[in-house]
Structures are given as structure tokens and as C-alpha cells.
Design a protein around this ligand. Structure first.
Ligand code: N01
Length: 542
């Protein structure tokens, strides 16, 4: 008799990678169930519906490549899509490929326990589901577990407060309200100008100034869309061979030192107004690897801030000086710096005068008190590992993933963790994750995992794992790649520095998406080198 609660594969998360994983696993003819915490699909783009939320990679490429019909028929109204369009796209994909019947919504997984004898994972959700599966695909996202620092007094606050990563679906009205926004990363920078439009007054509490580029978002030009659609297969192929999984027509850049100061200025000005977003960071080849080159570009960007913000003191405070440009994720904004020219926006320096407590009527810094009706926390995420460690995962011998990663995450190729057999992570620590275009990166990883599962099902192998020695080797590769860059110069979420007590380790493979594909592929081609198959495990009945 078939046990209805026994699946071949459980996918955790119905974000972009999770949706694609359901689709691919079904193609293998396996039984799959996906559990999703939200009451809709889209993952990051479901949860992050704060005002101004928008992707920073052009939508023609920040989209699925696996089905040409899909990419031909879908229309992106804007160059850089707002959250609403990305969520609509995720829903379209769920419908178009009939995925909903295999998705359980409102079902946050809160326990994943491996049963050694049965060789199956037990999956439990907060709302009472309990199923088992041979394989787990953890498509839990890099930026899911929100970070709400324990501000003293929050429970006493008499107004409303929100975290940007759990924004209410019905939205929030700011008109006539005094609003405090804490955090000036990508999220705070996108939310500021939108909130400022209607709030009576907006106080932006800044601890660290951020580098931000103008998004120059615009409606999609039909000719541009047509050029992409006519050339999609070739462009997608290039993306799979590109170090950032992205497509650019001009990657012919050179060292900043190959040019005179006047030429550099001209090139930077051109790049600044080229309206192509993050590509600005590739204007020169050594921006991310040479501190001196980096400082030339950083100072150019500071010059743009000074030219935009009228009050010189405010402008200076908004100029990032404590870390190299790009060592934290570069932001992209629509009118962020301009917002500080408004009478109803005040920048508060909480580096000089830290936040002391939330009070019943607002917020107190060590210097002043602010009366507020609404507080918005744009304080980021327990990134990369948080969504995995918060799920209560136990592997062989009851080993707890939090314990295993106490001194920092260890994985093999970003997919597997020794002692946690048959559990595959997508965008896990040690994978290129957030440093590449994530939809394409996720597609590739899902395909890779699906191929492993297919091989196992064909060969009758029951259990795949890796060994600590291979985790160490991979960790060294991840570390070596990071050392060649300036990423370690910033206290960012890339290195876990935003979460007190989190081990400081660069969690992402920055050796390039192309190199990563090569490394994963060669390990498999070399007879699954580094993967450990336990041949003693018999095939178990469901
Ligand atoms: O989070 P963050 P985010 N007191 O961690 C401040 C992606 N994303 O949600 O820098 C005072 O970057 C903190 O200050 P500091 C993108 O990859 C993409 O903004 O630690 N302040 C910082 O200013 C991005 O990198 C898009 O000194 C406190 C802010 O909160 C990632 O998500 C849009 C504090 C947190 O910044 C995360 O971005 C949005 C405290 N106790 C997000 N604790 C696009 O696609 C924290 N802060 C465009």
C-alpha cells in the first residue's frame, strides 16, 4: 500500500529555485512535495514587498531560461522589475507548469530529521504536516531569515512597526505619520524615497553609509526586448559561461591604471550614465581586487553624492568611507540621495550617537529623542545560513546542523554537508549564491542536483553524502577565491558580521560561476570524487 505521506523528494521553499526544482523532479517521474512558509509563491520576492522593492539586474536576464516558450511570451514592463512584477511572474510560472498541486502553502518547515535506519528524512511543518522523503532539496533562499536586532523597549512601542522582509500584503499608509527607518542597506535605500513621498516626516537612522548607483529604471523599450527575444538562446548560453551568470555585450575592460586621470574620469562618467546598473562595478578590471583602484572609483561615487545632496554636512555623512566600494553589496536606488533634499527627511547619525532604546512614543538615541508613529526595520538578514540553521536540521547520529556549523558553514561544492545524506542545498554556503545572477545560478544548481538524483535512482544507490575532508578542501577553495578580492574589508552579511556571534567567514564562492560549473562537473566526471555513496544501505520500501 502506498503511504500518501511518503515522497521521493521534498522541496523546501517555493521561491524561484524551488519552483524549478519541482518541475525538474517531476520530469524524473518522482513524487515530490514542496512546503512553503508564505501563502504564495516567489520566495524572496514574495516576502520583500516593502515600498520601492525592485531587482537590480535587468529583468530580461533575471528570469528563467529553461523554457523558450516562457521567455518568449512573458513581458517585463520595466527594465528593473518591481517586486509586484516578479511575484506575478512566479505565479505565472506556477500556473503555466501546473506546479501548485505539489505545493503546500503556509507550511513553514520547522524540523528536518534524518532517520538512518529507514534512510529517509522526516519533514515537519509549523502547521502540523508530517511527511517523509528520500531526498531533500533545500531551496530556502540566501536572504530569507530576517534579522531583527534585539532593540530594548520594542515591546513598549505604542505605534506600528514592520520589518521590510515581512511586509504586510495590504501595504502600510504613511501619510500624516512620523516614520523612523532603521538601516541603510539596499532595502533602506530603496524604501527611503518612496516613504518620503507620503510621510509627514521621515527620520533615516544611518549607522553605515552605503555606496549606491542610480537605477535609471525605465519602461522596457520594445526594440531592446525584441533584441533579447531574438537572441535568447545565444545570450543564455553566454550567461552559463560567464563568471557572474550574466550577459553583457562589453566585458572588455582594463585596469584603472592603464588610463590617465582625465581618461578615467571620462570612462567613469560614461559608465555612470550608461544606465546598465551593476555593470558600473566592472568599468575597470581591478575595482574589486586593488584597494588603490577601488578608492579611485569610490571617490568618484562620493563626488556624485556631494553633487546631489544640497546640505554639505548631510552629504558628507552620506558618503561611505569605512569600506571599499563593492565590498558590501552595492545598492541601486531611485532618488535616494535626492530624498535628503526634502524638508520632510532627516538623516540621523547613529554611528556617532547609537540607538539606545525604543520608547512607548518613539526612539531614543544617546543624543536625542524622536517621536514616531511607525518604525520600519530595514535591518537585513541572517544571510545564507540562517534559513537552514533555523529549520532544526539533524543528520546522522542526531547531529544538529547548527552544531556542525558552530565555527562556520562547511559544505562540499555548496550542495552537500557531511553527515546530512541526501540533503541538497540550492544557493547554500560555499556556492556562488548571491554573487551571481540568482535565477540562472539556481537553475544550474537544480539541474545538477536533479542529475545526481537521476543517477542514483538509475544505479539503485540509496545514500549520498560527502566527507569532512572534502568540505575542508572546498572551504579552502572558497577562502582562497575570497582572498583575491576586497570582500573581507567590510563587516557585511557576506561574512556574517551583521549577526552577533556568527563566525566571520566569507560564505560565498566568488571564484566565478563558470569556474564553479567546471569544478562541480569535473568532480562528477571523476567518478563522483568527493561524494560518498553508502553502498550498504538497502533500498527501503516507502
Ligand atoms: O540588509 P543589509 P538589506 N542599529 O544587511 C543596519 C539584497 N537586496 O535588507 O551597515 C542600526 O544590507 C545596517 O547598518 P550597518 C542585497 O543583496 C537586494 O538592506 O550594519 N542599524 C545596514 O545599514 C542586499 O545586500 C535588493 O552599520 C542597524 C542595514 O541595517 C541584501 O538583500 C534590494 C542595526 C542592513 O543592511 C540585504 O539588504 C534589497 C542596528 N542594530 C535587498 N542592525 C535589490 O535587488 C542593522 N542595521 C536591489
Amino acid at each position: 500500500m502506498i503511504d500518501e505521506n511518503a515522497y521521493d523528494v521534498v522541496v523546501v521553499g517555493a521561491g524561484f529555485s524551488g519552483l524549478y526544482a519541482i518541475h525538474r523532479i517531476r520530469q524524473l517521474g518522482l513524487r515530490v512535495r514542496c512546503f512553503e512558509a508564505g501563502d504564495g509563491v516567489g520566495g524572496t520576492w514574495y516576502w520583500n514587498r516593502y515600498p520601492g522593492a525592485r531587482v537590480d539586474i535587468e529583468s530580461m536576464q533575471y528570469s528563467y531560461s529553461f523554457d523558450d516558450g516562457l521567455q518568449q511570451e512573458w513581458r517585463w514592463p520595466e527594465y528593473f522589475s518591481p517586486q509586484q512584477d516578479l511575484e506575478a511572474y512566479a505565479n505565472h510560472v506556477a500556473d503555466r507548469f501546473g506546479l501548485r498541486s505539489d505545493i503546500e502553502l503556509n507550511a513553514r518547515v520547522n524540523r528536518l530529521a534524518f532517520d538512518e535506519r529507514a534512510n529517509r528524512w522526516h519533514v515537519s511543518t509549523e502547521n502540523g504536516h508530517h511527511v517523509t522523503a528520500k531526498y531533500i532539496v533545500a531551496a530556502t533562499g540566501s536572504l530569507d531569515a530576517m534579522n531583527l536586532p534585539p532593540f530594548p523597549g520594542l515591546e513598549s512601542f505604542g505605534g506600528q512597526w514592520y520589518h521590510t522582509a515581512r511586509w504586510p500584503k495590504e501595504g502600510v499608509r504613511f501619510d500624516g505619520k512620523r516614520v523612523g527607518l532603521i538601516g541603510t542597506g539596499s532595502t533602506g535605500i530603496q524604501a527611503t524615497p518612496v516613504i518620503a513621498q507620503t510621510a509627514e516626516h521621515l527620520f533615516v537612522f544611518q549607522r553605515t553609509a552605503a555606496y549606491s548607483l542610480p537605477a535609471y529604471n525605465r519602461p522596457t523599450d520594445p526594440a531592446y526586448e525584441q533584441a533579447w527575444k531574438a537572441d535568447y538562446p545565444q545570450r543564455r548560453a553566454k550567461m552559463f559561461g560567464h563568471f557572474a551568470a550574466s550577459y553583457t555585450e562589453n566585458d572588455q575592460y582594463r585596469s584603472v591604471f592603464d588610463y590617465s586621470p582625465e581618461e578615467r574620469q571620462r570612462i567613469l562618467e560614461e559608465a555612470w550614465s550608461a544606465r546598465n546598473g551593476l555593470l558600473f562595478m566592472r568599468t575597470f578590471s581591478d575595482i574589486s581586487t586593488n584597494l588603490e583602484a577601488n578608492e579611485i572609483v569610490a571617490e568618484f561615487v562620493r563626488g556624485k553624492i556631494r553633487a546631489t545632496v544640497r546640505d554639505p554636512k548631510v552629504a558628507e555623512l552620506l558618503c561611505p568611507t569605512t569600506y571599499p566600494i563593492g565590498a558590501k553589496r552595492i545598492c541601486m536606488d531611485t532618488g535616494y540621495f535626492e530624498a535628503f533634499n526634502r524638508d520632510n527627511v532627516t538623516l540621523v547619525d547613529v554611528r556617532a550617537n547609537p540607538l539606545a532604546e525604543i520608547t512607548p512614543t518613539g526612539l531614543r538615541t544617546t543624543a536625542d529623542e524622536y517621536d514616531l508613529d511607525i518604525i520600519v526595520f530595514a535591518t537585513g538578514f541572517d544571510a545564507v545560513t540562517g534559513s537552514l540553521t533555523r529549520m532544526n536540521v539533524t543528520g546522522l547520529g542526531g547531529l544538529d546542523l547548527r552544531e556542525k556549523w558552530r565555527d562556520g558553514p562547511a559544505t562540499f561544492l555548496g550542495f552537500l554537508v557531511a553527515g546530512f545524506p541526501n540533503l541538497f542545498m540550492i544557493h547554500g554556503p560555499g556556492s556562488p549564491g548571491v554573487l551571481v545572477q540568482m535565477i540562472t545560478g539556481g537553475e544550474w544548481q537544480v539541474d545538477f542536483v536533479t542529475k545526481i538524483i537521476e543517477d542514483m535512482e538509475r544505479s539503485g544507490r540509496q545514500r549520498i553524502d560527502t566527507a569532512p575532508e572534502w568540505e575542508q578542501r572546498w572551504n579552502i577553495e572558497v577562502e582562497e577565491a575570497a582572498k583575491r578580492t576586497l570582500y573581507n574589508y567590510a563587516d557585511s552579511w557576506y561574512v556574517g558580521a551583521n549577526i552577533p556571534g556568527k563566525p566571520r567567514i566569507f560564505m560565498i564562492y566568488i571564484g566565478g560561476f563558470d569556474r564553479y560549473i567546471q569544478r562541480c562537473t569535473e568532480q562528477v566526471a571523476n567518478g563522483y570524487e568527493g561524494f560518498v555513496f553508502d553502498e550498504s544501505v538497502p533500498a527501503a520500501p516507502r
